[in-house]
Design a binder for this molecule. Structure first.
Ligand code: TEU
Ligand code: CA
Length: 585
């Protein structure tokens, strides 16, 4: 019976989507060009540039950096949340969607940024956090005040369980029960993340209408689009029930419930129909645990988003017991995950490709072995990711090869997720020192240290005291040292961006199919990009030389992260960490 209902639901979803899509196709085709031919750049507003000496990055700091971002070649800037917020999760807990948090600036600063960016051909993309709000949001304040007011059903409430405790045994993503008791209502409310981040009830059409109104309000202000946060979590699996515990605490990760939910694409298609499509707005989804058969609903010709991030590499080595028991990915595991993702989206749509973001450790410290994070290796990793089919999303600092930071003690840690994982490690019997060492490589704070502009005090990020310690390697790794230096990581990224935009190669780099080359060759990651030209992209994930046979004659050498190239007798002698983009004759 249940199976039949799900099948009907899936068919219904497909029918509605196909119906909705026919009109949208044309408009979408026209609009999608701008974002496909560009590169996107994520800014962690808090750590980008401080202009008023309070040690916290701000909107004026981004406006003052637009000429730099233009020089780099960014066409879209994704800003992490800068709405009014108690900052419990650094802005991912929004108290007012219509107000800029004073710590980041004013609405006038926002309008100025949108205008100034527009004058440089750059579009601003805001962060949409719609699975939850802050518990300081007036919507939640009203909802918890009673069971019969206008907003009572805007969040997810349940009576206590038989034992008077939490309604189910779910663990939030940041640890502890996903249920918080509220004495005023005498009920529990659900929070997938922090208890200060109560989940919105998307089953309530009033909630959805209010959210769509807000999106259109911002799009009418001239935004280019949105990044949509943790969006698959909005659909819950009903009726609520316990799941088998996955740790000693008797709880089970809430992800187990969320991954069983069905029908989220009806909500997402409605959202696109009410907001993004009428505005030809760009949208990139933060989608986890999606099923392959659902990809067309997400990024297909008539999908609910323009694109979505490919997170498959992020999960390599992850252990359900926690970060302390997780492992860093090997080059072969990384290569396999990347090629599988490229295969999954081929002929369906565009993934947005990343090696890092504000939730991940630095890519060069995560995917390159310790002791091997040379400029050549950093360029190779960046190049292998950048040349994939899809939209390249750079994260601030990636373009200069920023690395994981150093935590002298747990006191240096700001990230709530890291603090939770540290506690899990201690509960597993590690000493404080061992626990910190075990979770540090996975910490989100690695990506959140201030941007390293120069070797001056505080890396030129602030004239005050930075809200988070600057990475002590800033005298060695900073933009001022690299700008204009031909062999720098920064100039290497600029050369990749120039190739993607070059009239001769754009069609192939943007639209060309990806096809693995010699995938069985250990620690060699190579693939073709087949468009109106054929490119061979190759990286040697080793600190020793190796030979790579060529599939044909080289027509042109387009990118080389090293000064030399030794090619003879139908093969290339690749130096350690060498990266090449060759055009085949
Ligand atoms: O993240 C969603 C998410 O589930 C993961 O990124 C996860 O929280 C994290 O990696 C655990 O380490 C989004 C935002 O990107 C993140 O910054 C927010 O904390 C989270 O949603 C809640 O809004
Ligand atoms: Ca500031």
């Amino acid at each position: 019976m249940k199976k039949r209902i799900y099948r009907i639901l899936a068919v219904l979803t497909a029918a509605c989507l196909l119906l909705a899509a026919s009109g949208a196709g044309a408009a979408k085709a026209e609009n999608e060009l701008w974002w496909k031919n560009t590169i996107a750049y994520e800014i962690y507003v808090r750590s980008f540039r401080d202009t008023n000496g309070d040690g916290i990055g701000d909107l004026k700091g981004i406006t003052q950096s637009l000429d730099y971002l233009k020089e780099l070649g960014a066409g879209a800037l994704w800003l992490t949340p800068c709405y009014a917020s108690p900052q419990e999760d650094n802005g991912y807990d929004i108290a007012n969607f219509y107000e800029i948090d004073p710590v980041y600036g004013t609405m006038a600063d926002m309008d100025e940024l949108i205008r100034e960016a527009g004058e440089r051909g750059i579009r601003i993309v805001m962060d949409l956090v719609f699975n939850h709000t802050s518990d300081a949001n007036p919507w939640f304040v009203e909802a918890r005040a009673g069971r019969n007011n206008e907003k009572s059903d805007w969040y997810i409430w349940r009576d206590p369980g038989e034992d008077g405790g939490a309604p189910t045994n779910w663990r939030s993503i940041f640890g502890g029960s996903a249920w918080e008791y509220d004495p005023i209502r005498g009920q529990y409310y659900l929070h997938t993340f922090l208890k200060q981040q109560p989940d919105l009830n998307w089953e309530n059409p009033e909630v959805r209408a209010e959210l769509y109104k807000m999106i259109n309000w911002w799009l009418d202000r001239g935004l280019g689009g949105f990044r949509i946060d943790a969006i698959i979590n909005i659909k819950k699996f009903l009726p609520f029930r316990d799941f088998p515990a996955d740790r000693e605490d008797g709880l089970c990760s809430i992800r187990r419930m969320l991954e069983k939910a069905q029908g989220v694409y009806l909500f997402l298609d409605e959202m696109a129909r009410e907001t993004f499509r009428p505005h030809d707005a760009f949208s990139v989804g933060e989608v986890f645990d999606e099923k392959e058969e659902d990809l067309p609903f997400i990024i297909g010709e008539n999908g609910c988003f323009s694109t979505m991030f490919d997170f498959s590499e992020k999960h390599i080595g992850a252990d359900p017991r926690g970060w302390y028991a997780s492992a860093l990915p090997t080059p072969e595991e990384y290569k396999a995950a990347v090629f599988a993702a490229q295969r999954r989206c081929a002929g369906v749509g565009f993934f947005s490709n990343i090696i890092e973001n504000h939730d991940e450790p630095r890519g060069v410290s995560h995917y390159l072995p310790a002791g091997e994070r040379s400029d050549a290796a950093k360029k190779m990793l960046g190049g292998l990711n950048f040349m994939l089919r899809g939209l390249p999303f750079l994260y601030q600092g990636q373009e200069i090869g920023m690395e994981n930071t150093v935590f002298d003690s747990i006191g240096d840690v700001d990230d709530i997720s890291t603090l939770d994982e540290y506690r899990v490690a201690l509960d597993a019997g590690l000493t404080e020192e061992q626990a910190l060492a075990a979770v540090a490589p996975f910490s989100r704070d690695n990506a959140r240290t201030p941007f390293q502009w120069s070797a001056e005090a505080n890396a030129g990020f602030t004239a005050g005291t930075p809200w988070m310690k600057v990475n002590p390697n800033y005298p060695r790794v900073n933009l001022a040292d690299q700008r204009g230096r031909p062999d720098s990581v920064y100039e290497f990224y600029r050369s990749l961006i120039a190739l993607r935009k070059s009239p001769d190669y754009a069609e192939t780099v943007v639209y060309g199919e990806t096809e693995p080359y010699l995938p069985e060759e250990k620690d060699l990651m190579a693939y073709f990009r087949r468009g109106d030209r054929t490119l061979l992209v190759a990286g040697n994930f080793r600190s020793e030389e190796r030979t790579m046979p060529l599939p044909g004659e080289i027509g042109a050498l387009l990118i080389n992260n090293l000064p030399e190239l030794s090619a003879a007798d139908g093969a290339v002698r690749m130096a350690p960490w060498q990266f090449l983009v060759l055009e085949l004759a």
